[in-house]
Design a protein around this ligand. Structure first.
Ligand code: PEP
Ligand code: MN
Length: 363
C-alpha cells in the first residue's frame, strides 16, 4: 500500500511550532473587516501561520452571503504585505484556483462540500498541474474515509507534494451539541494509515459555537494533531456568515493561552520506563480480552449447535435485552458509559450470530 507518501509534517518548508495556527474570518466581507480582524489578532501578539478568509462561500441555502469574490483577494494580499502572514482561501473550481494563484494566495484549501465530489476535486487537481502550492483538504461532509483519501490521491497525482488535511466534522441529522459531529475515529484511522500526514482541526466548524472551541481544540492537541483552525472576526456577532462560532482576537488569545500542547514522544528515561510498564499491563489485559472473546465464541458455537438440533431460532430478543440491561448496570458501577457497553456488546452479539449462523447452514 502506498502509505506515508501522502506528505507531510514538513508541510511548511521551514517547519512550525505547534499548534500550527490558521486564523481569520469565515468570509472576507469588506476591506475594513479583513484589516480590522488582522489588526485584532496582531494586537494580541498572535502570529498565525496562515491567515484565512473565505472569498467564495459554499452556503447550504441560497440567499445567504455567497462570498465577496475576486476583490477580496486584494485584501488578503494587503494582510500579507502589512503583517507578513501567509494566506489561505477555499477553492472549488478552476476559476477560483486561477484567481487565487494570480493573487499570490500561499495555501489553498478544498472545502467539505467539494471533497465529496470527485469531479470537482479532479477539476481542481487538473488546474494545479505544474503548480506546487500546498493544499489542505477538508473532510467530506459524509463520514467516508475513502473519499477523503481519494481527494488526496487526485492532488498527489497532479504533482502536489505538500498536502495536508483539515478535520471539520461530519453532517448529521438531528440535534447535537456539535454543528458537525467530530467522529474522531475517522481522522484517527486516517493518521493510522498515513502517519506523516499533516492534520489540522477546524474546531469552529465542528462546534458551530464559541463555548465549545477550546475543548475541541484541546482534544485535537491530545490526539497529536499539528494545528487548529479558528475562525476569527473583528466583530463576530455582526459577521455575514457563521456569526455564532467566530471569536474576536482576544477570544482567540484566550483559547491559545489555555491550550496544552503535548509532544508525541519523550526522551526522559523515567517516563519511558513508566509508560512501557503501563503499556505492558495493557497488552496483557488485551491479550486476556482476546482469549475470553475466543472462549465466548466457542460457547456461541455450542449453543448454535444445540439450537439447531432443537430447531430454535438464533435470536431471542428478550434474552438479548436482558444481557444489555444487566451489562449496562454493571458497566455503570465500573465507570463504563452506556454507549460504550452497547457498542461492545453489539459487536460481540453480531459475531456470535455469525458463528451460530455458520453452524445453522452447515449440512
Ligand atoms: C469554511 O472554512 O469557511 C467552510 C466553508 O468550511 P467547510 O468546508 O468545512 O464547511
Ligand atoms: Mn465558516
Amino acid at each position: 500500500m502506498e502509505t506515508a507518501s501522502l506528505s507531510t509534517r514538513a508541510f511548511m518548508e521551514k517547519g512550525f511550532t505547534k499548534p500550527y495556527l490558521i486564523a481569520g474570518p469565515c468570509s472576507a466581507e469588506t476591506e475594513e473587516q479583513v484589516m480590522a480582524t488582522a489588526a485584532q489578532i496582531a494586537a494580541e501578539g498572535i502570529k498565525p501561520d496562515l491567515f484565512r478568509a473565505g472569498i467564495w462561500k459554499p452556503r447550504t441555502r441560497p440567499g445567504s452571503f455567497e462570498g465577496i469574490g475576486r476583490p477580496g483577494l486584494n485584501w488578503l494580499k494587503k494582510v500579507k504585505e502589512e503583517y507578513g502572514w501567509k494566506t489561505t482561501t477555499e477553492v472549488a473550481n478552476t476559476q477560483h484556483v486561477f484567481d487565487a494563484l494570480k493573487a499570490g494566495v500561499d495555501v489553498l484549501w478544498i472545502g467539505a462540500r467539494t471533497t465529496v465530489n470527485p469531479f470537482s476535486v479532479q477539476e481542481i487537481a487538473d488546474a494545479l498541474v505544474g503548480v506546487d502550492i500546498p493544499v489542505l483538504v477538508k473532510n467530506p461532509i459524509n463520514p467516508d474515509l475513502s473519499l477523503w483519501i481519494g481527494s488526496l490521491e487526485r492532488l498527489k497525482k497532479a504533482g502536489i507534494t505538500r498536502l495536508g488535511v483539515i478535520h471539520r466534522g461530519f453532517s448529521a441529522f438531528g440535534k447535537s451539541i456539535y454543528r458537525n459531529t467530530p467522529r474522531w475515529e475517522l481522522p484517527i484511522e486516517l493518521i493510522r494509515q498515513y502517519p506523516d500526514l499533516f492534520i489540522i482541526c477546524d474546531a469552529s466548524h465542528i462546534c458551530g459555537n464559541r463555548p465549545g472551541l477550546w475543548e475541541v481544540a484541546q482534544r485535537a492537541m491530545d490526539l497529536n494533531y499539528d494545528g487548529i483552525m479558528i475562525e476569527t472576526h473583528c466583530n463576530p456577532d455582526a459577521a455575514w456568515s457563521d456569526a455564532a462560532q467566530q471569536v474576536t482576537g482576544s477570544g482567540l488569545k484566550n483559547i491559545l493561552d489555555r491550550l496544552v500542547v503535548r509532544q508525541e514522544k519523550s526522551a526522559d528515561p523515567k517516563f519511558i520506563d513508566n509508560i512501557e510498564d503501563i503499556r505492558h499491563q495493557i497488552d496483557v489485559i488485551d491479550n486476556e480480552l482476546l482469549n475470553i472473546l475466543g472462549e465466548r465464541m466457542k460457547l456461541a458455537d455450542k449453543i448454535g449447535m444445540f439450537k439447531k438440533m432443537n430447531n430454535i431460532s438464533i435470536l431471542q430478543s428478550s434474552r438479548w435485552n436482558e444481557i444489555i440491561q444487566k451489562s449496562q448496570e454493571k458497566g455503570k458501577a465500573l465507570g463504563l458509559s452506556e454507549d460504550f457497553i452497547t457498542k461492545v456488546l453489539t459487536a460481540i452479539h453480531e459475531e456470535s450470530i455469525e458463528h451460530q449462523e455458520k453452524i445453522m447452514i452447515e449440512s
